[in-house]
Design a binder for this molecule. Structure first.
Ligand SMILES: C[S@@+](CC[C@H](N)C(=O)[O-])C[C@H]1O[C@@H](n2cnc3c(N)ncnc32)[C@H](O)[C@@H]1O
Length: 303
């Protein structure tokens, strides 16, 4: 049975740590008390707004100090990948440490890039996450359970040799990626079975992480990491800033370096078990037997 539910407004989470006393918990214990979660319950869950009140000083100290230690490997993987409205990992670690014990199950039905399940796994808790958006799911499923470095590097070499049957050809794609990079990305999109294969999923996640960045640091022409802009806007922006030529990088060499860096400290040593589901939580939760053992529900929604 759930003992506590914390609903956190992602807008508040965007605030810096020193303003976290604005973060409010809506202690809605009992919402998901029954194993059978109705659609109505979830609607309430979605539209509920956090209560706006200052938390007491003791809570503030708890929230801003004493971030639980995690391994160097976990720190290295926590950054996978750029996402909108990310919950700070330190915050998730604090909440999970405070409200649960080793082995307890932590649920995030709107888990995005997997901050909550990952923090739970890093602290030896079991995790249960759901995400409807494939990019978020690829990140969260990968960071909680990445394939081995050897497998990922081998798959990268294979993909690099494949020719895609469809090569994007529009002004946006010509300005966004150098020809070699575009071929590599189209092949990755076509051949990586990210939904069913752990190695393919891990490689896809690592490609997505470095898809956009400042010129030369990512695979594309300069573009923000966390916010998708409309292709027309991007083209206009590149023209206005005299950046119409994409960076001439070797995508495979860049990926090799990124993979090496990501695995440099190893991977999360998983004592715990868990699963991240791809799909709509309103459909998955009512059928999930795992819900019965959830000790903490920690999530964030952009309201
Ligand atoms: C504010 S984001 C969560 C961010 C997350 N805490 C993190 O740190 O990455 C909310 C997420 O809920 C997902 N979402 C929205 N409706 C959903 C649904 N019905 N089922 C599952 N996920 C959903 C969105 O795709 C989005 O990734």
């Amino acid at each position: 049975m759930l003992t506590r539910i914390s609903l956190i407004d992602a807008n508040h989470l965007a605030l810096k740590l020193d303003r976290m006393n604005r973060l409010i918990f809506d202690d809605a214990t009992g919402w998901l008390r029954n194993k059978n979660i109705s659609r109505r319950t979830l609607t309430t869950f979605r539209t509920a707004r956090p209560v706006s009140k200052k938390i007491v000083e003791a809570d503030r100290v708890r929230l801003t100090k004493g971030i639980p230690a995690i391994s160097l490997a976990a720190k290295q993987w926590a950054g996978v990948g750029p996402y909108y409205a990310m919950m700070p990992t330190s915050f998730a670690l604090q909440q999970i440490k405070h409200f649960t014990d080793q082995g307890d199950v932590v649920l995030d039905p709107f888990c995005g890039r997997g901050t909550v399940p990952f923090a739970a796994a890093a602290l030896g808790r079991s995790f249960f996450g759901i995400e409807i958006f494939p990019v978020g799911w690829v990140y969260s499923a990968t960071k909680c359970n990445p394939a081995s470095q050897v497998r990922v590097e081998r798959r990268l070499e294979e993909i690099a040799k494949l020719k895609p049957s469809l090569l994007e050809d529009s002004e946006f794609f010509r300005m966004a990626y150098a020809p070699k990079t575009l071929q590599f990305l189209c092949a990755a999109r076509q051949y990586l079975d990210w939904q069913n294969n752990q190695t393919d999923r891990t490689l896809m996640a690592l490609i997505l992480v470095c898809l956009h960045d400042k010129t030369g640091a990512g695979l594309s022409n300069q573009m923000r990491q966390t916010k998708a802009v409309h292709p027309t806007y991007a083209v206009r922006w590149w023209k206005r800033h005299r950046k119409s030529t994409p960076p001439d990088i070797d995508p495979v060499e860049m990926m090799k370096l990124k993979i090496k860096w990501r695995y440099a400290k190893g991977v999360l040593d998983l004592d715990s078990t868990g699963k991240i589901y791809l799909g709509d939580c309103t459909r998955i939760l009512p059928r999930a037997s795992r819900i019965a053992n959830v000790k903490l529900l920690l999530t964030s929604l952009k309201t």
